[in-house]
Design a protein around this ligand. Sequence first.
Ligand code: ATR
Length: 280
Amino acid sequence: MAINRVGLIGFPVEHSLSPIMHNAAFKALGMYDWLYDAMSIPPDILRLGLREPRDHGYIGINVTVPHKEAIMAYVRPDEKARAIGAVNTVDFRSNIGTNTDADGFIDDLRANDVSIAGERVLVLGAGGAARAAVYGLVGAGAEVAIVNRTRSRAEALVEHLRVSAGIGGLRLMTPNEAADWGMSLIVNCTSVGLHPQVHQSPWSQNLPFPAGRIVYDMVYRPATTALMRQCLAHNGRAIGGLGMLARQGAISFELWTGVKPPIDLMRRVLQDALESAHKD
Ligand code: ATR
C-alpha cells in the first residue's frame, strides 16, 4: 500500500501534538494509507531540510516555529500567507504556502458563538500569532486595537498589515488606554502564561480588569491560564486556545486530503494528550 505522507517541520518538534491529532483523524476516517509525522529541521539548513519531505513524495507539511517566516522564500505564498507574513501549511503538489492560523482562530470564535463583526477587540501581542489574529479579526469586521510590551514591534505589525493587506484603522494602545476602551473581546497572542510560567498574565495585576468581557487565550497549556482566571473573576467568559489548534490543523487536513476531518475528535485527542502529559 502506497502511503500518503504529510507532516510537520519545526525546531524542535518533539513535543508537537499535531501528529497524534492528524493520525487520530486519519484512523477515525479509515484513511489507513495516510500518515503524519514530525521532522526536526535546524534553521540553518531549512532549505536543504525541505528536500527531505519534498523528495520523499510528501503531499504537504505544516510549518512551525522557527520556520514560518523563512520558508516563504522556498514556496509560493498565497495572498493570506503574504498578508500575515507567515506560512504554516504547504502543499507540495502546487508548492503553495498558506496560513490557516487566522481562519482556525476565527472558526473557533464562531464555534464558541463569539460575536466579531462590529465589536471592539483588543489584541495582546505583536508577533506572528498576533498578525494572524488581527488579519482574521479585521476580515471578520472587528474594530481592533493592539497592546504590546515593545511598542516598536506593534508599530511594525500595523505597518506590515497596511502594506501587505491594505488594512488600515488599527489602533495602538497603552495598557491603561486599553482598560478603558470598552472592548467586548480580549485576545492573548503573547506567550505569557504558557507552562511553566503559569502564574504570569499579560494583563498586569496593577491594572483593573474590566468586568463582563470575553478572553480568548491562544495559550492552551495550561487549559486555564492566569489571564483566563482574571477574566472569570470579573464575571467574564474565558476560552482557551485548544480549539484554534484543532481548527487550524483541520483546515490543513482538508487542503491536503480533500476530506473534512472530525474536528471534535481532534480537539478531544489534543485535550487527552495534554491531560496525560500533565500527569507525568
Ligand atoms: P509568535 O510568532 O508565536 O507570535 P513571537 O513573535 O515571539 O511569537 O511573539 C511573542 C509575543 O509575546 C510578542 O508580542 C512579545 O512581546 P515583545 O514584542 O515585547 O517581545 C510577547 N511577549 C513574550 N514574552 C512577554 C512578556 N514576558 N511580557 C509581555 N509580552 C511578552
